[in-house]
Design a protein around this ligand. Structure first.
Ligand SMILES: Nc1ncnc2c1ncn2[C@@H]1O[C@H](COP(=O)(O)OP(=O)(O)OP(=O)(O)O)[C@@H](O)[C@H]1O
Ligand SMILES: [Mg+2]
Length: 353
C-alpha cells in the first residue's frame, strides 16, 4: 500500500533491538460497505520478558492488530502495510510456510473466542498435542502425555479422562482453558493473550495469570495482553498502549498511565472501567457518544467528536490536524503538557476517586 504515509516514529528508545517491533501498521478490510480502516498507522515495541497491555474500547483494533502479527488475516480481503519484525525476522513479507512454522511454536495466541481456535472434529487432547508433536518431533504417546500435563496446569479436573473429550463436551470456561493449554504447549517466546480470562471465574483467572507469569519467568517470553480489566493490567503489564480507532493514543508504563493519564480518551476509559479498588456502589462514567465508524473515521484527532477539551486547544485544530504520538511516554493530543496535567489533576482525578 504505497499511498500510505508514515505517521509515527519509534515508540520507546531502547538500547537493544526490540524482540517484537511493529512500525506504521495499517490494516484495511474491503467490505460491501467500503474500506474498513481497522488499524491506522500503529507502532509499538516489545522486549523479551516484558508484558505489554493493550486497552481500548470495543472495535478499536486490538484483535486485528494482533492477528496481523500472527499473519492470520485473509489476504484476499485484507490490505496490510507496515513492518512487523519478530526477533530480527521480518513477518509482513514472510511466506505462509514461514509463518506457519512460527505460529504455535515461537509465537502463539490465546484467542478471544475459544471456538475460533478449537476444531469440533478432534479431541481436545489431540489439538493440544498437535503443535507439540509438530514442533518437537515427539511421539503421539508423548504428545498425549504433554496434553494431560497442560490440562492439569490449566486446572481441568480429571485431565487423564478429559483429554479424550471433544470441545463440545467441555463447558465454555473449560474450552477457554483448553485453548490456553494449546497456546502454551510449546512455551512460545511471544504470547498474545486476547482477553484470556474474561470468561473465567476469579479463582481460575488468578491461576491462569500465574501460569502466564511462570511462562515468562521460565522462558523470558514476551506477552501482549489485551484486556478490559484494569486490575489485570495493573497486576500483569509493564507497559501499556491505549488504542482508539485503530491508533495508539497513549503509551507509557502502566504506573504512569494508571496514575497520570494524559489523553482525554484515557481519562474517559479509566472512568468507564471497573477497578478492583472501587466500592460496589461507585458509579461508572461511560464515555459520551459512540465509537467512530471505521469506514469513514473522523478527520484530525479521531476522538475529537467525543472530546470535552477541543475548545481548550482552540479553533478547529483537533478536527483538522492529526496529533502524532512522540517517542517514549507520550499521548497523541494537541493539548499542551501543562494543560494535560492541570485538567487531569483538577477535573478528572477527583471524579475517579
Ligand atoms: N474481517 C473483517 N472484515 C471487516 N471488518 C473487520 C474484520 N475484522 C475486524 N473488523 C473491524 O475492524 C475493527 C476492529 O476490530 P477488532 O476486532 O480489532 O476490535 P477490538 O478492539 O478487538 O474489539 P473488542 O474489544 O470488541 O474485541 C472493528 O470495526 C471490526 O468490525
Ligand atoms: Mg477483540
Amino acid at each position: 500500500m504505497t499511498t500510505l504515509t508514515k505517521t509515527e516514529g519509534a515508540p520507546v528508545p531502547t538500547g537493544s533491538d526490540p524482540f517484537l517491533s511493529v512500525r506504521d501498521l495499517y490494516v484495511r478490510f474491503s467490505t460491501e460497505d467500503g474500506i474498513v480502516k481497522a488499524v491506522d498507522g500503529l507502532s509499538f515495541d516489545l522486549q523479551k520478558g516484558q508484558t505489554l497491555g493493550i486497552v481500548g474500547e470495543s472495535g478499536s483494533g486490538k484483535s486485528v492488530t494482533n492477528l496481523a502479527v500472527l499473519g492470520l488475516h485473509n489476504p484476499a480481503s485484507t490490505e496490510i502495510a507496515g513492518e512487523i519484525t519478530l526477533d530480527g525476522q521480518e513477518l509482513t513479507g514472510a511466506r505462509e510456510r514461514t509463518l506457519q512454522k512460527l505460529r504455535g511454536n515461537k509465537m502463539a495466541m490465546i484467542f478471544q473466542d475459544p471456538l475460533t481456535a478449537l476444531s469440533p472434529y478432534y479431541t481436545v487432547g489431540r489439538q493440544i498435542a498437535e503443535p507439540f508433536i509438530k514442533h518437537t518431533g515427539a511421539s503421539k504417546r508423548e504428545g498425549r502425555q504433554r496434553a494431560i500435563e497442560m490440562l492439569t496446569k490449566v486446572g481441568i479436573p480429571q485431565p487423564g479422562l478429559r483429554v479424550d473429550d471433544y470441545p463440545h463436551q467441555f463447558s465454555g470456561g473449560m474450552r477457554q482453558r483448553a485453548m490456553i493449554a494449546m497456546a502454551l504447549v510449546c512455551n512460545p517466546a511471544l504470547l498474545i493473550a486476547d482477553e484470556p480470562t474474561t470468561a473465567l471465574d476469579v479463582t481460575v483467572q488468578a491461576q491462569i495469570l500465574d501460569l502466564l507469569k511462570d511462562l515468562q519467568q521460565e522462558f523470558g517470553s514476551a506477552i501482549i495482553l489485551i484486556t478490559h480489566d484494569l486490575g489485570v493490567v495493573a497486576n500483569m503489564a509493564d507497559e501499556l498502549l491505549v488504542m482508539y480507532a485503530g491508533r495508539a493514543v497513549e503509551r507509557g508504563t502502566v504506573k504512569d498511565i494508571l496514575t497520570a493519564p494524559q489523553h482525554p480518551y484515557a481519562w474517559g476509559l479509566l472512568g468507564s472501567m471497573p477497578r478492583l479498588s472501587a466500592s460496589v456502589d461507585e458509579p461508572l462514567h461511560p464515555i459520551p457518544g459512540s465509537p467512530p465508524s471505521l469506514l469513514n473515521p473522523p478527520s484530525g484527532c479521531p476522538f475529537h467528536p467525543r472530546c470535552a477539551f477541543t475548545s481548550e486547544v482552540g479553533g478547529t485544530r483537533c478536527a483538522d490536524e492529526r496529533p502524532l504520538l512522540a517517542p517514549g511516554r507520550a499521548s497523541a493530543c494537541h493539548l499542551t503538557a501543562e494543560q494535560k496535567h492541570t485538567f487531569f489533576t483538577e477535573q478528572i482525578k477527583p471524579r475517579l476517586g
